[in-house]
Ligand binder design. Sequence first.
Ligand SMILES: [Zn+2]
Length: 260
Amino acid sequence: MKKIPSKKMLTEPLSFRNYRLANTSERNWDSFRNSAPQAYNDLKRQLFQEQGEICAYCEEHVPGNRRRIEHFHPKSDTASSHNWTLDWCNMLGVCMGGEYEAYSRPANLSCDSYKNHLIITGQLSEQCDHDLLNPYNIVSSENLFCFNPVTGEITPNEAVCNGNPTLISGQTKTTLDLVRDTICFLNLNCARLKDKRKKIHQELQRWLRTQRQKHRSASQAKRELAKRWFSQRWPSFFTTRRCLLANYAEEFLRNSNYNG
Ligand SMILES: [Zn+2]
């Protein structure tokens, strides 16, 4: 999971803004979608555009027909005076969580699909947003995750997490626990995602091999690859690539003023 630059209310799509201002008491997502399909599509398009077309949770590239909108704070919280359903700053573009892929389920569900599975089966509270890392709160200057290229697993980067024990005021868990629980509650280490991450490592190995044949050093090759990967906004499995290229990734991101 990578940082997403924080939103301002004024940046919401105009069609959605018009709907929201005309329907301030609307808290039913389905009735919004049904009565304002253009605003809904504009929302989805802009969310993914701002996220670099990748899922806010697993970072997989999401094709146009497999996108959905996740509310970080549950939209079912209708008791509060705040309208979470129509709050643009509460929305994330996410994938279908493996619902259409040839891997067993629920073991290979991920992202909000897996989180919903935990909620439906009573293993997680519906009001679980305080237990999860919000991509809008992630630091951009350091990497909160580590990657194991042999297993394909991501784990918390303990040194960075402990160096940033809180990401926002009022945070109830340490950052380390938040990252660990997020990986667990979104099932980011399911076999399906691990397999896909391992392919990124293989891509790196292939690149290094061809660059060696051209008599380029490993550091030259990695510096060049950082430029190729991170000049795109954004490559799938951004955090995996960032871990694999380590200092070369950090150098490129710092020099390009990366802020999510
Ligand atoms: Zn996802």
